[in-house]
Write a protein that binds this ligand. Structure first.
Ligand SMILES: Cc1cc2nc3c(=O)[nH]c(=O)nc-3n(C[C@H](O)[C@H](O)[C@H](O)COP(=O)(O)O)c2cc1C
Length: 184
């Protein structure tokens, strides 16, 4: 894993409230990035739910939405899947600008035109409460493994991934996407 930049470290330190953003109905929450993960488009629903304006998000790396409760192994897996040219489905806890949070079920996929990668796209939906509870508990265990005091920074994601692999094996699922799709 690459070293965390000063900006990324600052983002990780931003406060959280533990409050969930109230959301009504199921709406697609959309964004797109360029090939380096910099945001190029956000839907109005993402502006509403995140608390950021469109101007604040466009041109920023997508980790502007990252919540510190998210294990790094999930994003590592997501990027490995995208780099392999495949789509990724997963659950994400995002941090709103004011520190509140919201859970989304997300599809993230490469956008390829004429054989060339031109960016990535994501469509998020508000998941069922049971899904949130299950993934919240799993991510908590993964994060504990990543943040254990005897784990070197460079090994963090690997430790989270081990917890995830054991969980998926116990559910007889081949991978995270397969398991999450089963729950819909
Ligand atoms: C299209 C697209 C959508 C993304 N959406 C989110 C998101 O909603 N929340 C999030 O935390 N990361 C999202 N990411 C992943 C971020 O780019 C980043 O990998 C992640 O927040 C972890 O941040 P870090 O690499 O600084 O640790 C998305 C990436 C792409 C390409």
């Amino acid at each position: 894993m690459r070293q965390m930049s000063a900006a990324a470290a600052a983002r990780q330190r931003r406060p959280v409230t533990g409050r969930e953003v109230p959301i009504e109905g199921m709406r697609a929450i959309l964004s797109r990035t360029d090939p380096s993960g910099v945001i190029t488009y956000v839907s109005r629903s993402l502006v509403e739910i995140s608390g950021y304006t469109e101007e604040e998000m466009l041109g920023q790396p997508h980790n502007i939405l990252r919540h510190p409760d998210m294990p790094c192994a999930v994003f590592h897996l997501m990027w490995m899947t995208l780099k392999a040219g495949k789509e990724f489905y997963g659950m994400t806890k995002n941090r709103a600008k004011n520190g509140d949070h919201y859970w989304v079920f997300a599809r993230v996929a490469p956008i390829v035109r004429d054989g060339t990668l031109v960016g990535y796209t994501s469509a998020r939906f508000i998941p069922k409460r049971e899904m949130i509870e299950e993934w919240d508990a799993l991510y908590t265990r993964m994060l504990e493994a990543e943040n254990a005091s005897n784990v070197a920074d460079s090994e963090r994601c690997k430790h989270g991934a081990e917890v995830l692999v054991r969980f998926l094996r116990s559910k007889k699922a081949d991978n995270l996407t397969e398991y999450v799709m089963r729950q819909l």
